[in-house]
Design a protein around this ligand. Structure first.
Ligand SMILES: NC(=O)c1ccc[n+]([C@@H]2O[C@H](COP(=O)([O-])OP(=O)(O)OC[C@H]3O[C@@H](n4cnc5c(N)ncnc54)[C@H](O)[C@@H]3O)[C@@H](O)[C@H]2O)c1
Ligand SMILES: [Zn+2]
Length: 362
């Protein structure tokens, strides 16, 4: 089964194909888009080794495919990678009507999308996300970019893909911890915007953790729908996109203070959501709803933290990329399926953070 959903944005439309037949059902449209053109397929060595057949099959023989490789994982997200890619594209005869296809996780999508957005001031591209995180989050919404040594994702641009082909068969080879990490973002989507997804997660979390294909297809489709709704309404209402930051204000600070090598993003967002629930509860979130949210997050077993320094965390929160001159905003759940952005004073947060840390460290 596959389904498609159109994300309408100011630059046009992104068609997102989902499910276990996405590659097959997207083939005719993507092939036509690529026909007669040079197509740069950006990937990393491990992903290419796993997915070689599917991509060759998808683009068919109608286009002139040039395969490009970047390092695996977060190391790829550098300006050096972008320089390498764009120079190779130029050397291989890339033109304004050439295409880029990214095949891989969020790192490949972010770098390949950024290279496509800069090359000759921007050429069209398609994302083929192969991780759960990329399918539910990174490939949707048009954010692309790379890291500087000083800060993650600090250089980038919005460049919306023409297609996103999220075939869930890609996920069969994904290690269990990659699934668990991405499920924190699925829980985030449920808390933000989908009570039905939340109940589905309560019922079927163990199936999802075990990569059960039908359960994954349902969770992906619903989580994508939440992100599509938020991103497309942001075009009209402005700022609604900030809701996607639920759990990320403290989450990013934890990653900085504990170290990206020691604390993975999903685990950090898990703790960040638990803190957001605590903040929300002292502002009226019903205890029963807060309890259900906490239980679900606890079942994903976020990595236990120890020896956290509240002062270092408070500093890192103030430096968050999304902080504005006016202060740091927090996304707080109002109920399961609804959240709001609130400006909280630094003093309030510091006080609540101290007791939260006291409760979560061992
Ligand atoms: N652009 C956005 O809006 C956005 C949103 C969220 C996250 N991100 C970015 O996404 C990145 C994280 O993405 P990620 O979690 O996909 O990490 P990743 O791209 O580093 O992939 C994780 C690992 O999985 C491997 N892999 C990929 N597909 C596989 C498959 N099908 N089977 C087996 N192994 C596979 C990769 O080789 C890699 O080692 C971060 O850099 C983050 O900043 C971007
Ligand atoms: Zn995240």
């Amino acid at each position: 089964m596959s389904t498609s959903v159109d994300l309408v944005h100011r630059f046009g439309v992104t068609r997102i194909w989902l499910g276990s037949r996405a590659l097959t059902d997207a083939k005719a449209e993507v092939e036509e888009w690529a026909a007669g053109r040079r197509v740069f397929v950006v990937s990393s060595a491990p992903v290419r080794a796993l997915q070689r057949d599917s991509i060759a099959d998808l683009l068919g023989t109608a286009s002139d495919v040039v395969e490009l490789e970047i390092p695996d994982g977060e190391d790829a997200k550098s300006l050096t990678s972008v320089e390498g890619l764009t120079r190779e594209m130029l050397a291989a005869g890339g033109k304004r009507d050439s295409r880029v296809v990214t095949l891989g996780g969020g790192t490949v999508g972010d770098v390949g999308g950024f290279a496509a957005g800069c090359f000759l001031r921007g050429i069209e591209y398609a994302q083929f996300p192969t991780t759960l995180l990329a399918q539910v989050d990174a490939a949707i919404g048009g954010k692309t970019g790379v890291n500087l040594p000083e800060a993650k994702n600090s250089v980038g641009l919005f460049h919306q893909p023409r297609w996103v082909v999220s075939d869930s068969r890609f996920l069969r080879t994904l290690p269990a911890d990659e699934i668990r990490q991405a499920l924190f973002e699925v829980v985030k989507a449920a808390i933000l915007g989908d009570p039905v997804l939340f109940e589905f997660l309560e019922e079927g979390l163990e199936d999802l953790l075990a990569s059960q294909p039908d359960a994954l297809d349902i969770a992906i489709a619903r989580a994508v729908a939440v992100k599509v709704d938020v991103v497309s309404s942001d075009e009209r209402e402005g700022d609604r996109r900030r809701l996607l930051n639920l759990g990320h204000t403290l989450g990013h600070a934890l990653e900085t203070v504990v170290g990206h090598g020691r604390l993975r993003h999903g685990d950090a967002v898990g703790h960040g959501m638990l803190f957001a629930i605590t903040l929300a509860q002292s502002r009226g979130l019903a205890p029963a709803e807060a309890g259900r949210m906490r239980d679900l997050i606890d079942r994903l077993a976020p990595l236990q933290l120890s020896d956290l320094d509240p002062a270092a965390l408070a500093t890192a929160i103030g430096r968050d990329k999304k902080a504005r001159e006016s202060g740091v905003s927090w996304v707080l759940p109002l109920e399961i399926g609804r959240a709001e952005v609130a400006e909280l004073s630094q003093a309030t947060v510091t006080e609540e953070l101290a007791s939260f840390i006291g409760g979560c460290v061992q």
